[in-house]
Design a protein around this ligand. Structure first.
Ligand code: DC
Length: 224
């Protein structure tokens, strides 16, 4: 299927800064944004910490039936589940770990596919995730894959948490990131992988402005 709506996919591992870059690019272009990780986080939250991850059919049903709403107000994006604002609740470490587990289930990924494709609306879409370029939008006109060393990503997360006044342990964050990378990269269903036609940007020694500049340059080349 050819995408009528222009789509930019931005994939990469946890903590690489995709979310920030996607927001900045989407704002600059006036395009829609798909934070696909939030769908896995919403499912994890819906299922709850006691989720029976073996009950695949039930999880897939839950994934299809989730009542989700994304509401933009100013610079903030409010995420609602069954009418309840869960923007903060889905960002906890516990939900992230459970999200990465539900994301490894092929039936869940399949169930969320249509929901994700539906985000491609005019005037364009910036899609943030792990498999945007490989699976969800294989025909996207521009695919970018952001990387950075696990140590650098852990440092960025550490700083982010510190800025919010949250205590964190850098070596523990590094270990957790590596564990999540391992789980996201080695699963058989849509593993974290750059699409063959993706442009890879190693951001280890770049700051956010430098990454944004490189991405915007590619966007201008591709979309004019
Ligand atoms: O980007 P994030 O941390 O919000 O993603 C949460 C989890 O969901 C993460 O462990 C990887 C998974 N995920 C995925 O498998 N595919 C995507 N397209 C996006 C996220």
């Amino acid at each position: 299927m050819v995408n009528k709506v222009p789509v930019l996919t931005l994939d990469g591992p946890s903590g690489v800064g995709k979310g920030t870059i996607c927001l900045m690019v989407a704002r600059e272009l006036g395009w829609h944004i798909l934070d696909s990780g939030s769908l896995y986080r919403l499912l994890a939250l819906s299922a709850g910490s006691e989720a029976d991850l073996n009950n695949v059919a039930q999880l897939a049903d839950l994934a299809r039936d989730m009542q989700i709403e994304y509401v933009t107000s100013g610079d903030a994006l409010g995420i609602y589940l069954r009418g309840v604002n869960v923007s903060e609740a889905i960002r906890t470490e516990m939900t992230g770990v459970l999200a990465s587990k539900v994301a490894a289930i092929p039936e869940v990924r399949q169930a969320l596919l249509d929901k994700q494709k539906a985000f491609a609306q005019a005037p364009g879409l910036v899609a943030d995730g792990r498999d945007m370029g490989t699976t969800v939008f294989p025909d996207a006109e521009l695919k970018i894959f952001l990387t950075a060393s696990a140590e650098e990503r852990a440092k960025r997360r550490y700083k982010q948490l510190n800025d919010k006044g949250i205590d964190a342990n850098l070596s523990q964050l590094t270990v957790e990131l590596k564990e999540r990378d391992e789980r996201d990269s080695t699963r058989s269903a849509s593993p974290l992988l750059a699409a063959d036609d993706a442009i890879v940007i190693d951001t280890t020694s770049l700051d956010i402005e430098q990454v944004l500049n490189q991405v915007m340059q590619l966007v201008k080349q591709r979309f004019g």
